[in-house]
Write a protein that binds this ligand. Structure first.
Ligand SMILES: Nc1ncnc2c1ncn2[C@@H]1O[C@H](COP(=O)(O)OP(=O)(O)OP(=O)(O)O)[C@@H](O)[C@H]1O
Ligand SMILES: [Mg+2]
Length: 358
């Protein structure tokens, strides 16, 4: 395990994943790369590290590695409610040369916008030109051997329409297929922790054929052992921590920060497990789940506790899938659409499930 420094903090491991991305970007763009995984597994942190430290020579001064052109857009918090707000948030008109120096944007903002000629942007806004056709010809004209477009929180684009009838997400995905499989112009990486959404994509025959799915999971036990040993934890403590928190990085970081407020690590971990349990029970009441759905949820929990995971049957029992979707949206269950396996979104929820005494 290599520990890197990123934004003045330790970046734990991710050697395997970082190498995967670097290899991927060295190949000809053929497929859209979908990055998925449990909530808070570290997808955004990982991709931001790769962009800022591996694809840029000097990120603050916007100097990419030689031969690279990179755009990274995180749609979280962008308040995209319409096609126009989508346009506003990531397309900007190219500045005329004279006013070039007026206002310099931060590196983070600059890397997240595409610039097109003001005249073309106007035509896009009045719907005379198709946005994605315009972007494709812009990208075509960029001189770089490796072009990379990364979009985080793609599900934000669901339910948005262009001209009232064309679905923005559909058009956007067609554009991604065109950039990769059809023209090999640019890599496209799409991130989402919404696996109900990923499931829909995975089961769309056309997108499945044109996509590669890559999971960013919580850390493996061997990495947690290495990490916590280097922080001075004993073998016994590490086993206890792993039993409660698994490889969930932010849960382990929080434990490190707060454990001293408790009599022992065990007391802290039990407190977290109780909170996870309370959250589940609260959803029973808030969610107004019919009795049948609670029974299904508890069957799933039992299976997870006994066998480590629940596997959805191949015929994708629709009632089970519906219940799994609801609990995945609440970030209590994690559903892997590729293997049909269901687990706690992080280990602490499985410790909470134990308290249901099923
Ligand atoms: N490799 C890592 N080393 C250190 N801290 C990390 C690492 N990965 C993630 N974190 C920390 O964990 C937290 C969650 O990470 P992040 O937001 O990247 O997860 P995510 O998978 O993108 O979550 P979401 O599902 O909400 O999009 C962040 O506070 C981040 O600082
Ligand atoms: Mg994220």
């Amino acid at each position: 395990m290599q520990t890197r420094i990123f934004r003045n903090k330790k970046l734990i491991d991710r050697d395997k994943e970082i190498n995967f991305f670097l290899d991927w970007f060295n190949q000809l763009p053929e497929l859209i790369l979908w990055v998925y995984g449990p909530k808070s597994s570290g997808k955004t942190t990982l991709i931001e590290y790769v962009v800022e430290k591996e694809l840029f020579e000097d990120f603050e001064n916007l100097k990419p590695k030689k031969g690279y052109w990179v755009r990274y857009v995180n749609l979280r918090g962008k308040l995209i409610t319409s096609y126009d707000s989508f346009l506003e948030s990531f397309i900007k008109p190219k500045k005329e040369k004279e006013e070039k120096k007026t206002k310099s944007l931060s590196a983070k903002v600059s890397v997240s916008i595409l610039q097109i000629e003001a005249k073309l942007l106007k035509e896009v806004k009045t719907r005379e030109k198709d946005l994605f056709d315009v972007i494709i010809s812009e990208i075509e004209n960029i001189e770089a051997e490796h072009k990379i477009l990364i979009i985080d929180e793609i599900q934000t684009l669901e339910d948005i329409y262009i001209n009232g009838d064309r679905e923005l997400l559909k058009e956007f995905l067609n554009f991604c297929v065109s950039l990769t499989k059809e023209t090999h112009l640019s890599h496209v990486v799409i991130l989402s922790s919404n696996t109900v959404f990923i499931d829909r994509i995975y089961n769309d025959a056309k997108l499945k054929k044109t996509s590669k799915f890559f999971k960013v999971d919580h850390l493996d036990k061997s990495i947690v052992v290495e990490w916590l040993s280097s922080e001075g934890y004993t073998e016994e403590e590490i086993n206890l921590i792993y039993d409660y928190l698994g490889g969930c990085i932010p849960d382990i970081q929080r434990m490190m920060m707060l454990k001293d407020k408790y009599k022992s690590i065990k007391e802290y971990l039990e407190h977290r497990a109780f909170l996870a349990y309370s959250q589940i029970v609260m959803f029973y009441h808030q969610g107004k789940f019919p009795k049948e759905e609670i029974e299904i949820f508890e069957n799933i929990c039992k299976e997870i506790l006994n066998n480590g995971s629940f596997v959805l049957s191949k015929d994708r029992d629709s009632k089970y899938l519906e219940v799994i979707s609801k609990w995945a949206e609440k970030e209590i269950l994690f559903f892997d659409p590729l293997t049909l396996e269901v687990k706690g979104n992080s280990r602490i929820y499985e410790k909470g499930m134990e308290k249901l005494e099923l």
